[in-house]
Design a protein around this ligand. Structure first.
Ligand SMILES: Cc1ncc(COP(=O)(O)O)c(C=O)c1O
Length: 415
């Protein structure tokens, strides 16, 4: 990663996000530090969606009239845009889904349903989001496969020695890991994990919900087999995401859902199906969402991934230092900024995480408290929950200062 690129102009960026100009009920400026849950949307994305509904809205792949042709072109153009955004070799390796959750379920149920058998192993890390645990547990139950978890070290990094040991059984068919942890910000060494998985004869599924918003994604360079992302975490709309898969794998996979749009022929005696990606896209798709997500890809590429990375690294270093100075705080995750994103998940001695979030909210700062859909990780860390502040491109060191002051206040209240 390049760390010498110019920082981004945060004031200019902020002016492109209408919601950041709004204030809380009591008139304080909004300090939004819950970006791991969902990101805010720039005007370019909002405008692209509005433009679609005002000018191009029709159902796709069906009508022979001009409007439907335009909608289809915009929809398929958006697929091509996301393929370029993630470095895919072919646009038809990109399947539209509702988000990372649906993408992972699709792989688990379609690939897993067709290929897993009793005694096969599915290897996850304890860092995973429930979206990258539960689908595998469900398919394991159906097929007789076994889910195994790889531990993390004391800084929340996957233990590659343990991964090697688990893979040595020779039974692993799938390794499924997040690119970046939503709960503590750890960036997984995906290339290395891909190499280990492939050497063991397993496929690598990457949950990219928190990778795509922050890192330059090149699925071919990462060496994974599937990559799932959510539009709403990367400045795009909710309800749209993408699953990328290697063409030869997708072509051999059975449909996930049945319905209109995904068939070649339907008879009373059975049906035949389209090739990928349309085989996996039953029903009327979220055309406006796909167009909004393509606009988000334009937006992020326009800012530049080196600039984005160096800005977020500055926030990471600053946050670790300033928040880390709070009396009684434990910040989870890697100590080295280069190994993580600007997600600060912490425990504050003597104060319950929900009380921290409530007091911080009174100070106008939006953070989240809870298990962050990572219950196995919380148990591993030995805490019921954490308070989490997660930054994105429009956040500033001044906002981190406001959080630090709010934490001091929480400490004072509970002293
Ligand atoms: C790491 C990770 N994986 C998966 C998901 C699920 O994403 P979605 O709810 O958009 O499907 C999330 C959302 O919080 C996440 O952070």
């Amino acid at each position: 990663m390049n760390t010498v690129a110019p920082l981004i102009d945060t004031a200019a960026i902020r002016s492109e996000f209408p919601i950041l100009a709004t204030s809380t009920e009591d008139g304080r400026p909004l300090i939004y530090l819950d970006n791991a849950a969902t990101s805010q949307k720039p005007r370019a994305v909002i405008d692209a969606i509005r433009h679609y509904y005002e000018h191009d809205n029709a159902n796709v792949h069906r009508g022979l009239y001009d409007l439907s042709r335009r909608a289809t072109e915009a929809y398929e153009g958006a697929r091509d845009r996301i393929a370029r955004f993630i470095g895919a070799a072919f646009a038809d390796e990109v399947i539209w889904v509702r988000g990372a959750t649906e993408g992972i379920n699709l792989v688990a149920h379609s690939w897993g349903g067709a290929n897993l058998k009793r005694g096969d192993e599915i290897v996850l890390s304890v860092l995973e989001h429930h979206s990258n645990i539960v689908p595998w547990q469900l398919i394991a139950e159906r097929t007789g496969a076994v889910v195994r978890f790889v531990d993390i070290d004391e800084q929340g990094r996957i233990r590659l020695d343990e991964l090697r040991a688990v893979l040595a059984s020779g039974h692993a068919r799938i390794v499924a890991i997040g690119h970046v942890s939503n709960a503590i910000g750890t960036i997984h060494p995906v290339q290395e994990i891909a190499r280990l998985a492939h050497e063991a004869g397993a496929l690598l599924v990457v949950d990219g919900a928190q990778g795509a918003p922050h890192l330059k994604i090149d699925v071919q360079a990462l060496g994974c087999d599937f990559y799932a992302l959510s539009g709403h975490k990367m400045c795009g709309p909710m309800g749209i995401g993408a699953l990328w898969g290697r063409r030869e794998l997708l072509d051999a996979m059975p449909p996930y859902m049945g319905g209109g749009e995904m068939i070649d022929y339907v008879g009373t005696d059975g049906s035949t199906f389209k090739t990928s990606p349309h085989r996996f896209e039953a029903g009327t798709p979220n055309v406006g969402g796909a167009i909004g997500l393509a606009a988000a890809a334009d937006y992020l590429d326009g800012i530049g991934h080196d600039a984005l990375w160096s800005h977020e690294q500055e926030l990471t270093r600053y946050g670790l230092e300033v928040l880390g100075g709070t009396d009684g705080i434990t910040i989870f995750g890697p100590h080295d900024a280069a190994e993580r994103t600007a997600v600060f998940s912490f425990a504050l001695e003597g104060v319950h995480p929900h009380d921290v979030a409530t007091i911080v909210d009174v100070e106008g700062v939006a953070v989240r408290a809870g298990h962050h859909c990572c219950q196995p990780l919380m148990r591993r860390l030995g805490v019921p929950a954490t308070t989490r502040a997660s930054c994105y491109l429009y956040n500033t060191t001044t906002e981190i200062d406001a959080l630090a002051r709010a934490l001091e206040r929480a400490r004072a209240v509970f002293r």
